[in-house]
Design a protein around this ligand. Sequence first.
Ligand code: GDP
Length: 407
Amino acid sequence: MSEIATTRNIGISAHIDSGKTTLTERILYYAGKIHKIEEVRGGGSGATMDHMELEKERGITITSAATTVHWKENKINIIDTPGHVDFTVEVERSLRVLDGAILVLCSVAGVQSQSITVDRQMKRYRVPRLVFINKMDRTGADPFKGVRELKEKLGLHPVLMQLPIGAEENFNGVIDLITMKAYYNDGDQGQTVREEEIPAELVEKAQEQREEMLEELSHFSDDLMEKVLEGEDVPEDLIHDTVTHGVRSLQMVPVYMGSAFKNKGVQKLLDAVNRYLPSPDEAEPQRATDLDSDTEVALEPDPSKPLVAMAFKITDEQFGQVTYTRIYQGVLRKGETIYNTRTGKKLRVGRLVRMHSDDKVNIDEAGAGDIIAMVGVDCASGDTFCQEPLNYACESIYVPEPVISLA
Ligand code: GDP
């Protein structure tokens, strides 16, 4: 498969304290980017350390502006999406570079104020998303409440894809309603996933819930609806295709569950990211303004086209400015000369890096759809880089209309 087909650019969004940091850390761990999970905080006891303290304690950067992990056949770039309440330029830029997202909810609190805000931002940027109901080990955990509130408070069409095995502190795995198998995590850090038959006492419930899942999904596929109505078997591939279509057309959100803290359910969520969230060439086409003709142009996520890339976040580090960049078309190569369309200046790409947690790996080039960082380039966040003769601006275009309240 081509590199672009196996790339995912995702964000993780949550109301504060739902477990976004813990989930991100587990993803880095399962993807082999950190080697041990330090339990520096008690589960659900409320955060007592802030992010910086936590990072110092662990000696790693949990989330830089973008970090790359590998999960099975895919490369997943995780972009830090600030959980700001307001629509700042910074939030908008981080949303623009995403092709998909995970919305994390707490199993007890359900949909909270910031879940509403981030969901509105995702809708505005047409970002397809999956939901992860975290903290399934907590007293009072109720995944059905989350599902209900996704419908009532966010107006989404949620479809529950799993059922919990055990409840609260005895939560110990998930039933996948597509494969109709039970999945448990083994190892003290949940490294391996074991597949088993569904426990006898849950078989009937799982069958009922599967029927419900199929009925919900039948809204998005005539083929599936016909099979359900005729009482025929529904092939797994047809279910997957229906979910893929529903997610990418923003018509539905599949709902997964687990406990990041107790190392449960995270790998199944990553499988769903790979399967259902779009690769850059399957995502909504990105647009830019052609500054010469003042017309809107569609960017093509194709490495053979001239380069168009946008700086979306800048950080200052000891060795110089780090410019996080999304490449929309073409290839960005070390040593090549590119053109900053805002300043009108040409510059040479000195050092290109891919961020892995706190590691920077030097690379020679990166192609359309990818997210990497340039080191030591003098520019501002929001700048567009092109290969001449293109003269495009990614920013100032494609900002959806603000929602105006007439109240
Ligand atoms: P964030 O603010 O969304 O980044 O949330 P954190 O990841 O910092 O988690 C907030 C608190 O919830 C911390 O005390 C975590 O240890 C705890 N926590 C995270 N995930 C879980 C979970 O699955 N179960 C329980 N019981 N606690 C969790």
